[in-house]
Design a protein around this ligand. Sequence first.
Ligand SMILES: O=C[C@H](O)COP(=O)(O)O
Length: 246
Amino acid sequence: MTRQIIVGNWKMNGTSRDSLALVEALLAGLPATGPDIVTCPPFTQLALLADKLKGSPIALGAQDCHKDVSGAHTGDISPAMLTDLGVSYVILGHSERRQEHGELDETVREKAVAATKAGLTPIVCIGETEDQREAGEHFDTLGWQIKGSLPDNFSGILAYEPIWAIGTGRAATEDEIAETMKFLREELVRQFGEAGKTLRILYGGSVNAKNAASILSITDVAGALVGGASLNVEAFLSIIGAASAA
Ligand SMILES: O=C[C@H](O)COP(=O)(O)O
């Protein structure tokens, strides 16, 4: 297994003080060797954490960005503004943004292009609803999301997050994850040819200290996108400890 990547998505949580305390505790508890680690705080804490994490093993990610470099987009943040702060990754197309902000595959794709151009590694999220899975439409849904959300020559990271598993405490089963990973790999190879064989795929959705080791050992799972458990130092350190560092 190759070196995995553990991404903590803090979503809309925490004050500056909470964030500093969290990364200080993480830095103090990190194993000597471990997987790649990315922490994605709210925009307002990026500058503070960029300073704190400089030269550390924890990379910084943002939770979204705009598709344009600059312009009249009130309230938005451009990819260049993120790289300017020392941010290396950006989560795009998270289901919470797709649902709450009506983000479409096409927008996600444009953002991924812009992020890559600015030097960021996009982490593009896809995932089916519970209804789609129950109706047996999950693979069709994921196939369309891959086609629509990933740009040509995509070199970022794909995150599979079944929407019904996010924040519910009900992670997908190992069989469900394994079967879906196999499907996603085939789709990536269909779309990107040889390059699709090595694109990294993360699993996200109720990953915790207890289930991390078994989820991270599933074929083709290159790491985890962690929400709730990334706000808890012990839980996040356990997940980091369960990931492959090789
Ligand atoms: O971005 C993270 C995911 O939405 C997973 O969140 P969760 O670990 O709280 O289920």
